[in-house]
Design a binder for this molecule. Sequence first.
Ligand code: SF4
Length: 507
Amino acid sequence: MDTMSPITPHKEINAWAKSRIRDDEITRYLNHGQSFLNEARIVHTLRAQKNPDPAQVEAILQKSLAIQTLTLEETAILLNVTDPALRARMEAVAGQVKQQVYDNRIVTFAPLYLGNLCVNECAYCGFRCSNTQLERSVLSLDQVRRETEVLTGKIGHKRLIVVYGEHPRMDVQYMIDSLKAIGDVRVETRRGTWSQIHRCNVNAPPLQIEELKRLKEVGIGTFQVFQETYHRATYARLHPSHTLKGHYLWRLYSMHRAMEAGVDDVGIGALFGLYDWRFEVMGLIAHANELEQRFGVGPHTISFPRMEDVPNTPFVKQTDWKVDDESFRQLVTVIRLAVPHTGMILTARETAEVRRQILPLGCTQMDASSRIGLCSYDRSDRVGQNQDAQTQQFMLGDTRSLDAVIRELAEAGFITSFCTAGYRCGRTGSRIMEMLKCGKEGNLCKLNAVITYREWLDDFASPETRAAGEKVIAKEIELIRQTLPDVYEYFMTYYQKTQDGERDLFF
Ligand code: SF4
């Protein structure tokens, strides 16, 4: 691979690592020296809510249906439900809540890993620095452009999650340069129209406030840092204290720093399989509630990846906390009910079958045609390679093409939205959350979903997928005619222009 040299002198790495953590960018958020994550309270609340009363559960479900955020106590009650009939009721309501806030839209995206260098030593990760079985590198800007050309020009993606490791070779300047390189790529499609990535979400290590301000200037979508586990003792065991990631609070307050820097679309997540899944859900909801209370806006998205197979990483097989499919159903359901207006990301770590089962419980986003090996899009295009154990962090469960995923979604009645208008029109943070809560964003999203779906079907769909998509579009247009008569004519002019080959129209 024509990549940047992975060799960085140890001295340079150590000096860089020492300069990363700013104590004052943690302590300013503490309450009398304590973090918002009160473990004793979480444990006590989970124990206190055993054997919940069905009437109490129903009252909580009504609150979710009213699109209100649940308290930790209410979340604990739902996590403790064991009765199969009550669980089925919770799942049905979770689906209704999603429908109410996000309608039948699913947003798709692709992950783009820009390197696998890392200074950390997380026990569960293939990128940990002691793993000598991996081929290490960071993508050059030319490689970033080539990956982007395949992603947007051949597959048709408009939205990426760009993944960076914690290493001086992937510092904030590299982030800025690579995001600009991605944004500059504009590719002609086979139909003679053009395609471009319109939104780059960023998955990165914890950053300083000044660095986050620089990222905001470039124009990023959602900024993600996952806590991995909210349980401090487990965190300490899996992330050695001599490593950067060993600092629990530096990571925990990543989103506070982002908000302070003006990056108000943030994504939180936990890696399920490191500790008790009920505790982790409580940690996520405590985190979401803290952000909402302190900054007036909760996280834009929550991710809930389950630990999957990782080459040369024994911890993954040894953990006592693997989450089975039934528990996974319940944790997804409870997150949906607890934060009704927050986006939920179901990743291709899961198999296609699991994704089919879990999606209707309230998920709003999924990746497709995902490749997580370095330069895998460019290479898979030439050699048909799906997974690359030599360079990737873990193994994926679902490597189906975007075309296949969109066809399946269409057959199940979902419309795939490629809309990125909210972020580009400044509808982010508290503005979009308020609009989602009162249903206003839904109308704009519906119109934009249809326009962007039309684009994708015309430019990229196989004949089978296009046939399935036409049925969805016909239904959606009829719904717009019936429910939004004031804008119908105006909408149809945009729709016609898009059919005629104009691109990137949005409301
Ligand atoms: S989980 Fe992240 S920080 Fe930890 S070793 Fe892997 S890439 Fe590095």
